[in-house]
Design a protein around this ligand. Structure first.
Ligand code: PCA
Length: 326
């Protein structure tokens, strides 16, 4: 037994030595993500990992830990920053408490369709990259959720109808929005949505048709009002030190797979919108086109929030808006 172990150990040493001398040391990365497996973002990341593994001939394997199973969503960014894991995914605008520039894509009614969202990401990318660089992080790719809509038990015809409703929020910006319309916000992560509704912690939410359908929203609300309020993004980041430890070929493979994943993810997101809205309809939800009065009221809230955001985001925010409006 002892001898066997030694032989195996020696063999492993030889294999490792040969590997290193060729510069192809195999690496395995653990990658935490916040959303469940069937979420299109997670599916896209699974394909990204497969592309990397294939392009490196198995020299870099990325193991996805979805639905906050390795690190909870609020911990993922710092886990990558601290080097506990080399890469991870999170909801970009969660970082708006560090710098408002991270929250541009969650500003209500600033960018409300895919063309505008793409333009906003072009405008935002450089600023975000510089901010993350200061933390030893590098963005790999970013993909938007479908336009955000309103889920309620009763039909909402004006902003006043939202008064006093217990409202699920997923970041500080949505919390502010909910407060401004007179609702009562509570933070709830996606995997906890069904339970939060079932136990009456919340009675309404704003999220994509994607998250709505995946959460079986028809079990707890009847109306989906298609307000198309903003298209917030997820981002996948890598720890720069971990990235530098890869050989040149693996670094190239990661960047190429990231580029492909960004393109593929945006396409997946676009398809998701119609498919998931139909699933909600087929399950008995009433899909409502918002009244002009409701939209007017919501947009007024968005406009006042943008004024505050501009103040908070300073020169970085101004840079983003200038590039976006060009
Ligand atoms: N789904 C995620 C973020 C935005 C979205 O559409 C959520 O509801 O938390």
């Amino acid at each position: 037994m002892k001898l066997q172990k030694r032989v195996v150990g020696t063999l492993a040493g030889i294999v490792l030595g040969v590997g290193m001398s060729c510069g192809v040391m195999a690496a395995s990365w653990d990658m935490p993500t916040p959303y469940p497996d069937k979420t299109f973002h997670t599916q896209n990341i699974i394909e990204f990992a497969a592309d990397v593994e294939k392009a490196t001939g198995g020299a870099l394997k990325i193991k996805i830990h979805s639905a906050g199973s390795l690190f909870k969503h609020p911990e993922i960014k710092n886990a990558v920053r601290g080097g506990q894991v080399p890469a991870g995914e999170f909801f970009l605008s969660r970082l708006s408490n560090e710098n408002a520039a991270f929250g541009a894509d969650s500003q209500p009614f600033l960018a409300t369709n895919y063309d505008e969202a793409a333009k906003l990401w072009d405008a935002q990318r450089g600023v975000i990259t510089a901010l993350l660089d200061k933390q030893g992080l590098m963005p790999l790719f970013s993909v938007p959720w479908p336009p955000q809509g309103l889920y309620t038990k009763k039909e909402i015809k004006t902003v006043d109808d939202l008064k006093g409703i217990k409202f699920r929020a997923y970041n500080a910006t949505l919390e502010t929005f909910a407060n401004k319309v007179g609702a009562a916000p509570t933070q709830v992560e996606v995997p906890d949505i069904p339970q939060a509704f079932a136990t009456g912690r919340v009675d309404a939410m704003i999220t994509s048709p994607s998250t709505g359908a995946n959460s079986k929203a028809w079990d707890f609300v009847s109306y989906y009002t298609d307000i198309q309020a903003w298209l917030p993004k997820n981002i996948v980041v890598v720890n720069k030190k971990a990235f530098r430890k890869l050989d040149a070929a693996a670094q190239k493979a990661v960047l190429a797979a990231a580029k492909t994943a960004e393109t593929r993810g945006w396409e997946m997101s676009k398809k998701e919108t119609a498919v998931k809205t139909k699933i909600m309809k087929d399950n008995g939800m009433t899909i409502v086109t918002p009244s002009p009065e409701l939209m007017k009221g919501l947009k007024a809230v968005g406009a006042s929030m943008l004024v505050d955001w501009k103040k908070a985001a300073g020169s970085e925010g101004a840079e983003i808006l200038k590039a976006y409006k060009q």
